[in-house]
Design a protein around this ligand. Structure first.
Ligand code: SAM
Length: 270
C-alpha cells in the first residue's frame, strides 16, 4: 500500500491531486505516487551523498511537465535539509507558471521554474555554471539527449534519466538500411524492429557516451512502471577512474557498424 510519509505537505499533495480536498488518498493518483516514491528511492542516496560534500547543491529536472518529481523530491528531501535548489526546465509556459505558483503557495522557496528548452538552458544565465544533479523523466525525444549534454557541460556528478522514445536513431537506421550490407541489419529490417531496436540502441549509445565522459553507468528497470514501455532507468555517476577511452572507441565502432556515423555529433565523446 502507498503510504504518505511523515511531514509531507498536505497542500502540495492536494494540489497535485494525490490527496482529495477532504484529505483522502486519491485512488487514481495512487499509482503515480507509488512510481515517484520508487524513483525517489533511487535518488535519495545520491542526494545524501551530495549533501556530505556540499550544503548548497543544485538539481535540474529537464522536461519537468507538472513537476511532480521535483515537488516530491523537494518535499521529501530539500525541505528538511534546508538548503539546495531545484530548477525545473519546461517548454510549456502554462506549466511553468502553474509550478511557480504552487512552489510559492507551498513556500518551497528554493524551487525555480524556467520556460526554456533543454538546449536553451545550457547557455541561459539564470542557471549556475555547475549543476550537481540532472534528472530527466520521460523528457520527449531528443530532449533526453540534450539533458545528457547539459549534464556533461555542467559537470554534474549525477544524472538520473528515464528516457522517452527517441525517433532520430530509428529514422537514420531506416534511411540507411539498404546501405548496410552486414547481416546485422536483419535486426532492424522490419519497421517494428527498426523502432524497437532504434529505441534500445539509442539508450546503449547514451550509456557509452556517458562512460566516454567518465561516468559509471547503471541501467535498471523501473519496477512499478510496468504499464509503460518507457521504464528504463539510467543512473550515471561521475567517476574519474572510468575507462573513458574504451567506451569512446566502442561508441565510434558501434555507430560505424550500424551505419549511424552521421549521428556522431549527437553522441559526441571528449
Ligand atoms: C512526457 S512529459 C514528462 C513530464 C514529467 N517529467 C513527468 O514525467 O511527469 C515531457 C515534458 O517535456 C517537455 N518538453 C519536451 N521537449 C522539451 C524540451 N526540448 N525542453 C524542455 N522541455 C521539453 C514537454 O512539454 C512535457 O511537459
Amino acid at each position: 500500500m502507498t503510504e504518505l510519509r511523515p511531514n509531507q505537505s498536505t497542500k502540495l499533495l492536494q494540489e497535485l491531486h494525490i490527496l482529495t480536498r477532504d484529505g483522502k488518498l486519491n485512488q487514481d493518483s495512487r499509482r503515480k505516487l507509488k512510481q515517484v516514491y520508487h524513483l525517489f528511492n533511487f535518488i535519495e542516496p545520491l542526494l545524501k551523498d551530495l549533501s556530505l560534500s556540499k550544503s548548497d547543491f543544485t538539481m535540474v529536472d529537464h522536461g519537468a511537465g507538472k513537476s511532480y518529481l521535483g515537488f516530491i523530491i523537494y518535499d521529501l528531501f530539500f525541505k528538511e535539509f534546508g538548503s539546495g535548489t531545484i530548477y525545473g526546465i519546461e517548454t510549456r509556459d502554462e506549466l511553468v507558471k502553474k509550478s511557480t505558483e504552487l512552489a510559492r503557495d507551498c513556500k518551497f522557496d528554493r524551487m525555480k521554474f524556467l520556460n526554456l528548452s533543454v538546449e536553451q538552458s545550457m547557455t541561459d544565465g539564470s542557471l549556475p555554471e555547475t549543476i550537481d544533479m540532472v534528472t530527466a523523466l520521460h523528457a520527449c525525444n531528443t530532449a533526453t539527449d540534450d539533458a545528457i549534454k547539459f549534464g556533461l557541460q555542467k559537470k554534474s556528478k549525477y544524472m538520473v534519466i528515464v528516457p522517452c522514445c527517441q525517433a532520430e536513431v530509428a529514422s537514420v537506421l531506416k534511411r540507411n538500411k539498404s546501405q548496410t550490407s552486414s547481416s546485422l541489419s536483419e535486426i532492424w529490417r522490419h519497421p517494428l524492429h527498426t523502432r524497437e531496436f532504434g529505441s534500445q540502441l539509442t539508450n546503449v549509445l547514451r550509456c557509452l557516451q556517458l562512460e566516454a565522459h567518465g561516468y559509471q553507468v547503471t541501467v535498471t528497470e523501473l519496477v512499478g512502471w510496468e504499464h509503460s514501455m518507457k521504464n528504463e532507468l539510467i543512473i550515471a555517476k561521475f567517476n574519474p577512474d572510468t575507462n573513458k577511452k574504451k567506451a569512446a572507441l566502442r561508441l565510434t565502432e558501434l555507430l560505424n557498424e550500424v551505419g549511424l556515423n552521421e549521428l556522431s555529433e549527437r553522441f559526441f565523446t571528449c
